[in-house]
Design a protein around this ligand. Structure first.
Ligand code: CA
Length: 230
């Protein structure tokens, strides 16, 4: 469960934030000053901090600064009453992930929180993918076409994996080289072409079925929609 720490000294707003975030399904802890905020986060780590700037004894800037000095990258959404450009710039330069100027709507706050969490915690990649007649088991480096196993080398599988992670996007030979070969191998763009040609043969491409499109002098593109299995 995602834990959110609310640091706000104004009781009515604090209560409002807690109620709404609990309603959104978050586990919420709330404190009213900087030191108890750091103590709470140290005691049980939270996934995001909603941090008011103006606090009674230790302000939001100090809290943020201490967190970042400790190399703690916990996402922070700053709340500021002043709305001054200086606060915003200072907050962001200290490493806040976003800020909201009071008064703000709760809907806006929730939307910002969700956006920060999406950004900072990318979804885990699915392990098995399907695309057209193909099925790919990424951890096992296995691929099938219409349930028949394909005999791919690890390098061919790697190229395929890179392509299917960006369906519809043209990947340059250089990008494929960087991602599919170790840096000390130093192959050439021509090496990529040779591997892709072999790969296409193994995938069984013909004039009617092109899975890996060649895009002019640019590179290669996986043509078919990809979706997680299940
Ligand atoms: Ca305040």
């Amino acid at each position: 469960m995602t834990r959110i720490l609310v640091v706000e000294d104004e009781p009515t707003l604090r209560q409002l934030l807690v109620e709404n975030l609990v309603y959104e399904g978050y586990q919420v802890e709330a404190v009213s000053d900087g030191s108890p905020a750091l103590a709470a986060h140290e005691g049980k780590r939270c996934d995001l901090i909603v941090l008011d700037l103006m606090l009674p004894t230790m302000d939001g800037f100090q809290v943020l600064k201490l967190l970042r000095e400790r190399r703690d990258a916990v996402p922070v959404l700053m709340l500021t009453a002043r709305g001054a450009e200086l606060d915003r710039v200072q907050g962001l330069s200290l490493g806040a992930d976003d800020y909201l100027v009071k008064p703000f709507s709760i809907l806006e706050l929730v939307a910002r929180i969700k956006a920060i969490l999406r950004r900072t915690r990318p979804l885990e990649r699915p392990l098995v993918l399907r695309s057209g007649p193909f099925r790919f088991d990424l951890p096992q480096l296995l691929a099938w076409k219409e349930e028949k196993p394909l005999d791919l080398t690890p390098r061919e599988f790697r190229i395929l994996e890179i392509l299917i992670h960006h369906p519809g996007r043209t990947l340059s030979r250089q990008e494929l080289l960087l991602q599919a070969w170790e840096s000390d191998a130093r192959p050439t763009a021509r090496t990529v072409d040779v591997h892709v040609a072999k790969l296409r043969k193994k995938l069984g491409e013909d004039d009617d079925h092109i899975w890996i499109a060649t895009v002019g002098g640019e590179g290669y593109r996986w043509t078919t929609h990809v979706e997680p299995e299940g």
